[in-house]
Design a protein around this ligand. Structure first.
Ligand code: SDX
Length: 436
């Protein structure tokens, strides 16, 4: 980042001395006003709950232009990544800053493949859960539990530890998600197969059984690989900010990623893909397309808490480029699987069309986001709706790690410790209970 020759002058109408604040320019995107010395100079804090106007860090990893609907991973447009790369190429790009050459690609694939197994003790954690436990409850527990097994890679300030824990997490997430699924259906766990691709291995662990050979469907393999790629990273979203703040205390990488898993679970964030599919099924049950009008009326009713799940975004005030690519993948997979008449996909496209012509959504710049179509593809692939957010966590693990490592490698990083505007009781004395 480079200092701008423009200064921001903050003045107060009560005659308090004004101060100049430096501005910094990025390579692209909005400039920032450096307020790090504001409290020391004025005794005042800024106030920005929800961080609508706050840059928490500087980063070189992912850039989003919400007005244009643009998403770049290390400068490469997501459309080109989706067209020309696979998920492990994307992991290499996010972790190390560039796409791999042929040798690097081969080495990286082998490195990840050789870390896909989890310690045999991990399976005993699952036995503590009910079979109908939500997969994200299981994943929050399992990812945190990984820190109990890898004492040789828990020092986040050690670059070698950061490197090996990154590979371990990327490699083991599919194994853990598949274990959570197998546990919920009462089937035996399937061990990873190092001769399969990253997505192929996940499909095999999910749907194969020890009783017969299982062949991975290449169409599903490619679709899942793209779903992983589209979810890999997304700037300073809620779960990434959680991982950064958690990691800033110096905790181990597994614990920081577990915090990200917990945050992603929320329906306003990664839990929206599960909520969006449930919403579509509810509309379908109520009568399908002819009930969309009633549903939209509920959404627009200020007294109702109903939201159009999979729509809207804090940053995108245009179409989420990932939603476009996800809709394409939807169409490809459903057609290939002979499900092009899938009623939910048709309903989703009708709902999208109606919403995008309705002033409530247009005036608020509410467009489909990545979660609107991802559930339809995952459902077509055979992934149960309760597992959608765990798949999102599997894919986002690389982004969380890349962002965590970027923060920890910055010599200027400090533990994150926001302040507050206190509006509670002023100092007062305890009254003896007999007099209360
Ligand atoms: C992800 O940050 C990221 O990058 C996240 C993510 C990533 O890759 O990490 O992109 C992944 O989380 C995508 C978002 C998934 N969430 C959903 O689809 C849930 C539904 N969407 C909303 O909850 C909402 O749009 C948010 C949470 C995503 C964004 O909310 P904001 O930015 O805080 O905006 P807001 O709630 O202040 O909404 C502004 C207006 C409000 O109306 P008014 O008060 O102005 O009258 O838009 C309305 C909201 O009521 N609104 C919606 C709506 N989203 C916003 N109304 C109906 N349906 C919606 N989905």
């Amino acid at each position: 980042m480079s200092p701008s020759d423009v200064k921001a002058t903050l003045s107060f109408s009560d005659g308090s001395p004004s101060i100049d604040l430096p501005l910094y320019k990025g390579s692209i995107g909005p400039d920032v006003i450096d307020i790090r010395k504001l409290y020391a100079q004025t005794g005042k804090f800024t106030y920005d709950p929800g961080f609508l106007s706050t840059a928490s860090c500087n980063s070189t990893i992912t850039y989003i232009d919400g007005d244009k609907g643009e998403l770049l991973y290390r400068g490469y447009p997501i459309e080109q990544i989706a067209q020309s790369c696979d998920f492990l190429d994307t992991c290499h790009l996010l972790l190390y800053g560039d796409l791999p050459n042929l040798t690097q690609r081969d080495d990286f694939h082998k490195l990840v493949a050789n870390h896909t197994m989890v310690n045999e003790q991990m399976q005993f954690f699952l036995r503590g859960f009910r079979r109908d436990a939500h997969p994200m409850a299981i994943m929050t527990g399992l990812v945190g539990a990984l820190s109990a097994f890898y004492h040789d890679s828990t020092d986040i300030n050690n670059p070698q530890h950061r490197e090996i824990s990154a590979i371990r997490l990327i490699a083991k997430m599919p194994t853990l998600v598949a274990m959570a699924y197998k546990y919920s259906v009462g089937q035996p766990y399937m061990y990873p197969r190092n001769n399969l691709s990253y997505a192929g291995n996940f499909i095999h662990m999910m749907f194969a059984t020890p009783c017969e050979d299982y062949t991975v469907n290449p169409i599903i393999e490619r679709a899942l690989d793209r779903i992983f790629m589209l979810h890999a990273d997304h700037e300073q979203n809620a779960s990434t900010s959680t991982v950064r703040l958690c990691g800033s205390s110096g905790t181990n990488p597994f614990a920081a990623i577990a915090a990200g898993v917990a945050c992603l679970w929320g329906p306003a964030h990664g839990g929206a893909n599960e909520a969006a599919l449930n919403m579509l099924e509810d509309i379908q049950k109520m009568g399908g397309a002819e009930r969309i009008g009633d549903f939209i009326r509920q959404v627009k009713d200020k007294n109702s808490t109903v939201k159009l799940m999979g729509f809207g975004h804090r940053v995108y005030k245009n179409y989420d480029p990932r939603a476009k690519l996800m809709r394409e993948t939807c169409h490809e997979v459903l057609t290939a699987l002979g499900l092009h008449d899938d009623p939910l996909f048709k309903l989703a496209m009708t709902l999208e069309k109606i919403a995008l012509e309705d002033d409530y959504f247009v005036s608020r710049k509410l467009y489909p986001n990545v979660d609107f179509y991802s559930g339809i593809v995952q459902r077509a692939i055979g992934i149960p709706v309760g597992l959608f957010t765990a798949v999102f966590a599997l894919a986002r693990t690389v982004g969380w790690i890349a962002q965590l490592n970027e923060m920890i490698s910055d010599p200027e990083y400090k533990i994150g410790r926001p302040r507050q505007l206190f509006v509670g009781a002023k100092a007062r004395d305890v009254v003896p209970i007999a007099l209360r």
